[in-house]
Design a binder for this molecule. Structure first.
Ligand code: ARG
Length: 459
């Protein structure tokens, strides 16, 4: 038998393979709550504009709540023959309230319906991402405050560069996640227009009130062009792009945690709650959560590329290709939220090993730049020459197998005779970081200022 929703012109039902490729109910059941919210707003509007009787609208709205509770309780029987969440809900509504159910789809199409449902869903995810980011930022600020003046090596090329403070390093990630947060908020503001009432593609001849449904669903306004509204998936793509950048940040930090928690670095100790053991090597404590966060970016990037590829080349307006949008976004969203939560937990629980950080900061000639700067300041040497002289001292120390502060004043004078005892003051890592007071620099005073600013911003 032909489809009960659209089968009027069909003599036969679909082939089983057709049904299998066409059905989206297996995944779009996740839009049930949004679908029902959209339908309830639509029914209210149809009644307010006199297109639907008040009693029909009331029966429909009540019936939709029953459907929602059946879905929430797991009592609802989803049907592949009914293709998607929209028709599954409507068919069940028909069983519950009878004839009025058939009037709900007046002045509406599944094209504007699915765009509306999906936007509502993505909007919730943007809100969840906002909360997740805020929680993670608070955890990082907590770490930064506790270790505002702890010294650690700063790296470039993963080679020791200059000493920095733990707080400064933590706040670098706060800046990154703050940009993600700002992108999340921008995306939300841009996408918050209601497609509902665009109907199939051309709008409708019924005297509907799109402002009313837009407002009921928390949108800022209705979309201005019905063709665009049913064929736009920018909001999903923007979510995936924002998610990709955020996941990239998470992945970079995860990589640092993997390195830092190794026995060779020992910069941090991850809590037992966010580590796992090995079934063969009894000594192991593995940073699996960090590794999985590092890996999640693959799925999120993949979703972004997949949906971009689905959308490219699609003529206006709706094409069934667009049904492929949901699984990508669902998977990316699930994994982003999980990664944010796992990262927050790890950051909250981890302890930085202050001594190991400081010992590492002092090795690798990390204060060579301070020595060169001292030569410039105290002897008036041009920086390039000071750089060269310092390089010679590094080579000497390397040859001796010692660090810069272990060289004698005679060694120093051998390279440049203007060097005095005072140079040793700048070779210590604490003096080094304390001296870097330029705005945005690593000095503890600057870090604490930023901690204060973030605590005010984050509440
Ligand atoms: N399941 C469809 C989707 O996800 C709903 C829209 C179907 N519209 C249509 N004209 N077949 O995109």
């Amino acid at each position: 038998t032909s489809n009960q929703m659209w089968g009027g012109r069909f003599a036969a039902g679909p082939d089983a393979i057709m049904e299998a490729i066409n059905a989206s109910i297996g995944f779009d059941k996740r839009l049930a709550a949004q679908d029902i919210a959209g339908s309830r707003a639509h029914a209210d509007m149809l009644a307010a504009t006199g297109i639907l009787s008040d009693s029909d609208a009331a029966a429909i709205k009540e019936g939709l709540l029953t459907v929602l509770s059946e879905i929430d309780d797991g009592r609802f029987v989803f049907s592949t023959a009914l293709e998607d969440i929209h028709m599954n809900v409507e068919a069940r509504l028909k069983q519950i309230v009878g004839e009025p159910a058939g009037r709900l789809h007046t002045a509406r199409s599944r094209n504007d319906q699915v765009a509306t449902d999906f936007k509502l869903w993505v909007r919730d995810q943007l809100d969840a991402a906002e909360s997740g980011l805020l929680a993670l930022m608070r955890a990082l600020v907590g770490q930064a405050e506790a270790g505002a003046d702890w010294v650690m090596p700063g790296f470039t090329h993963l080679q020791t560069a200059q000493p920095v403070t733990w707080g400064h390093h933590m706040l670098a990630y706060v800046e990154m996640f703050a940009r993600d947060l700002s992108r999340v908020r921008d995306a939300r503001a841009r996408m918050n227009e209601s497609p509902l009432g665009s109907a199939a593609l051309a709008g409708t001849g019924f005297a509907i009130d799109r402002h009313m449904t837009a407002e009921a669903l928390g949108f800022d306004r209705p979309t201005a062009n019905s063709l665009d509204a049913v064929s736009d998936r920018d909001f999903a793509l923007e979510f995936l792009s924002v998610a990709s950048i955020c996941a990239m940040h998470l992945s970079r930090f995860a990589e640092e945690l993997v390195i830092w928690s190794s026995a060779q670095f020992r910069f941090v100790t991850l809590s037992d709650r966010f580590s796992t053991g090995s079934s063969i090597m009894p000594q192991k404590k593995n940073p699996d959560a960090a590794e999985l966060i590092r890996a999640k970016i693959g799925r999120i990037f993949g979703a972004n590329v997949a949906l971009m590829t689905v959308m490219k080349g699609l003529p206006l307006a709706y094409s069934k290709d667009m049904q492929e949008d949901k699984e990508q976004v669902f998977d990316a969203a699930d994994n982003l939220m999980l990664a944010l939560a796992a990262m927050e937990g790890m950051v909250r629980d981890m302890s930085a090993n202050r001594e190991a950080l400081e010992a590492a900061a002092a090795s690798g000639f990390s204060t060579a730049t301070d020595l060169a700067d001292w030569l410039v300041r105290e002897t008036g040497l041009p920086f390039r020459e000071a750089h060269h002289a310092t390089g010679a001292l590094v080579a000497l120390a390397e040859q001796r197998g010692c660090d810069l502060p272990d060289l004698t004043l005679e060694d120093m004078k051998g390279v440049h005779d203007a060097i005095t005892e005072g140079v040793f003051d700048v070779l210590g890592v604490h003096n080094s970081v304390a001296s870097r007071t330029s705005y945005g620099g690593t000095a503890p005073v600057r870090v604490l200022e930023q901690v204060t600013r973030w605590k005010e911003t984050l509440g």
